[in-house]
Design a protein around this ligand. Structure first.
Ligand code: COA
Length: 245
């Protein structure tokens, strides 16, 4: 799979690599990038050979500095924008990915860059990473799930502080807040993401996928329902393990 304008997709063994590739403009998220990511994620989703996916940004300066402001708020009409969104629900697709997604984050991780990272299951930051939601300064609110995903990751108070005051966080603070789970020197970022991806890829696929599903889906359920979900998925894991073994 190649030939995308804004994203590079590569595959090594059982690991997929998705690189946001507009380094000259800090990999900002454009309509074209949405379309490219949509196509790539769709292909990965149905490819059982891919056991884990690493998301990263090209260039030295950024994972992604948010929405492309040069094309921002220029949709022909709200109706058109909604139609397009229904046809290409990239954020829904992110949420439905069965494989664990790993974000390797360096430099600026702003706006939709941060929202993409929030759809990932494991976030690893380079020491130079800077996180922020600049939407208040643009008189808008996040539109890629950030108001919903951020509080689920770092909690209510910190999310409100970050969003309403346009507060930026460095990598250490992001680690303290639980926004990322590891911070590494920049030159170890990809290597660390690969180690994590390979570890995940070495485990029994159904167990990995069911564990991911149980945690994400369960978080949106009352405890008892979540326990029932876990029980069903545990049985499913056992049965399919027995069938394979
Ligand atoms: N949309 C479109 N282009 C962007 C962009 C964005 N969100 N962010 C940066 N760029 C472009 C710049 O215009 C510049 O292009 P140019 O060289 O053709 O002028 C290039 O990327 C490099 O950015 P620059 O501002 O020169 O880098 P910097 O290191 O001085 O500053 C930032 C980096 C991230 C602090 C600054 O670019 C910034 O604040 N960007 C906007 C972030 C934002 O509000 N994102 C939207 C969130 S919803």
């Amino acid at each position: 799979m190649d030939g995308f304008e804004t994203v590079i997709y590569e595959r090594k063994g059982n690991i997929g690599y998705v690189t946001l590739n507009r380094p000259r403009v800090l990999n900002v998220f454009s309509v074209q990038m949405r379309d490219d990511l949509y196509e790539i994620l769709h292909a990965i989703k149905v490819d059982d050979e891919i056991r884990a996916v690493i998301f990263k940004g090209a260039g030295e300066k950024a994972f992604c500095a948010g929405a492309d402001l040069s094309e921002f708020l220029t949709a022909p009409s709200v109706v058109k924008a909604r139609q397009i969104r229904l046809l290409r629900d990239l954020w829904g697709l992110f949420r439905s990915m069965p494989q664990p997604l790993i974000a390797a984050l360096h430099g600026y991780v702003l706006g939709s860059g941060m929202e993409i990272a929030l759809f990932c299951d494991i976030r690893i930051a380079a020491e130079n990473a800077i996180f922020g939601l600049p939407e208040m300064g643009l008189a808008i609110i996040p539109g890629a799930g950030g108001t919903q995903t951020l509080p689920r990751v770092i909690g209510l108070s910190r999310s409100l502080d970050m969003l309403l005051t346009n507060r930026r966080m460095d990598a250490q603070e992001a680690l303290d807040f639980g926004l990322v789970s590891r911070v590494v020197p920049g030159d170890r970022l990809l290597e660390t993401a690969e180690e994590v991806a390979q570890k995940i890829a070495s485990y029994y696929m159904t167990a990995v996928r069911n564990a991911k599903q149980a945690i994400h889906q369960g978080l949106d359920m009352p405890l008892q329902q979540g326990m029932d979900l876990e029980r069903r998925l545990a049985v499913n894991t056992k049965i399919s393990g027995a069938n394979t073994g």
